[in-house]
Design a binder for this molecule. Sequence first.
Ligand SMILES: [Zn+2]
Length: 340
Amino acid sequence: MSLPAYVDIYGAIVFPNNICIDGHHNGCLYRVVTHIHADHTIHIDRSITASRYIIASPITLEMLLALGYNIPKSKSFKLNYDEVIDFYDGSKLRFVKAEHIPGTTQVLYEDKDIVVAYTSDFKSPGRGTEIIADVDVLVIDATYGDPRFSRADEDVIWSEFVKLVRKLMSMGPIALYAYYGKAQDVMVRLRMEGIDAPFILSPAHWKLYRVLSRFGYEINDVFLSGSAEASEIERTGWYIEVHHTSRFNSLKRVYGLKHIFLTGRYIKTIMSRDSGNTWIVGISGHADFNELIYYVDNARPRLLVVDGYRSEYAHRFSSYVRENMGIESIVTPMTVSLSF
Ligand SMILES: [Zn+2]
């Protein structure tokens, strides 16, 4: 493929100069990991073996190590936002802040011929996420790339969520289920909202918490599940357990707990299920349709490449941009459903 930046069939974002992002690509010497979510750490073991460097923000790199990825020190390259890697041929690689989970970054590459960028997962463009404008090719995540996905104001969702937590806490302990990184943001926000029950974390969430607390994401009263302190707290019946989302199906029937599943998927309202013991709350880490449009409209790339590997609505979003915004747009990896 002759595009200077695209998404390959295994989910790697392929940039010039043997750079691959969030997936491994044959011949990739510089593997960038934009954040620790599973669909962005694809084939990282292959990159650890075959590539020269694994490049990530300091938070992401430390969290990868905490999750058990064995990245040798000699291959680890920590890059802060707005720091630049200067390659021998004059090309440059830079990280640009994205709001999604701690450590998430956008990626900007330029050489004498071309400027390309990748947004990774993001929300709040123009505020928490810097808009990368005027590039030749912009690769974008379009998880909610369909006009139906216009969310209620996040503050409204939060206030409903906090109300729910308060109500359930008055009845007994709660178990929260959240993805890595998301759990941290939720705990910070609950403290800000005045929820002061102790958090008891699963071992993996605990490891990530320990990393993030070193980077300033400190939270009061956080304990490791199974520790003596946690067992003591459990006897009081006043606490919030925090688990990874993958544990939801096996734990949701545990008696004596109210279960709240935090999904990044699009849902309109807080829903109650399973005879009142289980709730699903949609607090998304992704831009909704209007925010995606806002990013693209302000960025105005020469070519927009929509990630068709991670976004179910990539084709719809790409057509919308082409037809309504006067910006050339394609989806990669290409599939038979592409109509031109
Ligand atoms: Zn993500």
